[in-house]
Design a protein around this ligand. Structure first.
Ligand code: NAD
Length: 426
């Protein structure tokens, strides 16, 4: 049976993310010699929900938004994954992100399956009131499908702790009792975990430390560039700076900045908070996205959106290590170029798993009604993600594959094992 998905193109003429996810699954299945039946199961999300969300705008008009929730697999536990608010959200993007969540939770060896949600909207053009009403309507629309033992949402692009608080309130109102454990990434005052806000960046930094050991690269004075100076990217930049590395360039949707002498990550965060962008940071020069990705730096961290490293860009990448904070930033074709050029790439499903690892820790604390200190959380995160890095690295060494393929082999392999052991109902 031909497993190559029909090539679909997204609006930016970039590969369809679900095609990329299926291609990655195909490669893992081939290496794992997966039975056809299990491969077929893994090619299909368990459940896809599309909802229409009528929302009253501040003008008094009504706009109907479209939202999705995809539960890719729950073979290893309740499904888990963020909610994205973005104009380019599509069902195929949500499906791809849900598949990656499945492999990610499996690599981190936490007892979750994978899911993802999204609403097609432009949050930058919406008021807080409109965002709140849309979030509550979305929560009500998917309330029957989510829950602490079913599917646990979390923040993703342009959603945050406040959005999670509205979800808790709406879900709890519908249930008639407080259910803070229905989402993770909540404000700390509502049972959110200490350390969750920086967890993705911190986890990616821990992976960079391990990758640097493999590449025999000293992090002291190592140079790095971050594409997408948002939650994940900015926290990554701050934490890596703590190891003595120098931030040479950073970008956001409004543009990029560079300074060969290094930029203080904390000051850049303050500048972005003040002005809304990294653009115009004192002492820096402008840099395009392409230039940033191909800068002469030791470490490159794509932390924006999917498919930013295309084969054409990959040819000019000069970094020794790529730590993928974003989901799906490198296209499968670009992966081949990166791999053949000897760049050590820590794949997204490992590199950005810090967020879901601490989400898991938040869920455990909520269900057990306990509170851990930030030090306890960070140390559990380090232990978990370093264990995952070691599993993936050893698999790559044993099978002579890239870290991407090894990550998929570990992630897909464990989900396949669970499905095989559970059997197929009826
Ligand atoms: P965010 O909204 O906080 O940050 C995204 C940043 O990317 C913003 O600064 C935005 O301006 C920038 N950006 C958007 N388009 C860009 C472009 N074309 N060029 C350069 N910059 C651009 O979102 P986030 O939570 O940091 O997520 C970023 C990526 O990390 C996403 O792929 C997300 O799925 C992934 N991720 C995030 C988490 C998390 O816990 N936040 C966890 C796992 C994975």
């Amino acid at each position: 049976m031909n497993r190559t998905a029909v090539a679909r193109q997204s609006s930016q003429d970039k590969p369809n993310p679900f095609d990329s996810a299926l291609e990655q699954l195909r490669i893992a299945a081939e290496h794992l010699k997966l039975e056809d039946g299990i491969h077929q199961i893994l090619m299909h999300p368990k459940r896809e929900v599309t909802v229409s969300l009528p929302v009253r705008l501040d003008t008094g008009e009504t706009h109907v938004f479209t939202g999705y929730r995809v539960q890719y697999s729950d073979a290893r536990g309740p499904s888990k994954g963020g909610i994205r608010y973005h104009p380019n959200v599509s069902l195929d993007e949500v499906k791809a992100l849900a598949a990656w969540m499945t492999w990610k939770c499996s690599i981190a060896d936490i007892p979750f399956g994978g899911a993802k949600g999204g609403v097609i909207c432009n949050p930058k053009k919406m008021s807080q009131g409109e965002l709140e009403r849309m979030t509550r309507r979305y929560t009500a629309a998917i309330a029957d499908f989510i829950g602490p033992y079913r599917d646990i949402p979390a923040p993703d692009v342009y959603t945050n702790a406040q959005v999670m608080a509205w979800i808790v309130d709406t879900y709890s109102t519908l249930k008639g009792y407080m259910v803070p454990e229905v989402v993770t990434g909540k404000p700390v005052s509502l049972g959110g975990s200490l350390g969750r806000d920086k967890a993705t960046g911190r986890g990616a930094a821990f992976c960079t430390v391990e990758a640097a050991k493999v590449k025999k690269l000293s992090l002291k004075n190592a140079t790095y560039a971050v594409e997408g100076f948002g939650n994940a990217g900015a926290n990554y930049a701050e934490i890596l700076q703590g190891y003595g590395s120098k931030l040479i360039a950073a970008s956001d949707s409004k543009g990029g900045v560079t300074n060969r002498n290094g930029m203080d990550a904390m000051k850049l965060v303050a500048h972005k908070e003040r002005t809304g962008s990294v653009v115009g940071f004192p002492g820096s020069q402008p840099v395009t996205d392409r230039e940033l990705l191909q800068l002469d730096v030791d470490i490159l961290c794509p932390a924006a959106l999917e498919n930013t490293i295309t084969p054409d860009i990959a040819k000019g990448v000069r970094a020794k290590v790529i730590t993928e904070c974003a989901n799906g930033p490198t296209t499968p074709e670009a992966d081949k170029v990166i791999d053949s050029n000897g760049v050590f790439l820590v794949p997204d499903i490992l590199a950005n798993s810090g967020g879901v690892i601490v989400s898991y820790l938040e869920w455990v604390q909520n269900l057990d009604r306990v509170r851990w200190t930030e030090e306890e959380v960070n140390s559990k995160l380090e232990h978990k993600i370093n264990g995952a890095f070691a599993d993936v690295y050893q698999t790559s060494q044993k099978h002579g594959t890239s870290m991407r393929t090894a990550g998929l082999m570990v992630g897909v392999g464990r989900v396949a094992d669970a499905i095989r052991t559970l059997g197929i109902f009826p």
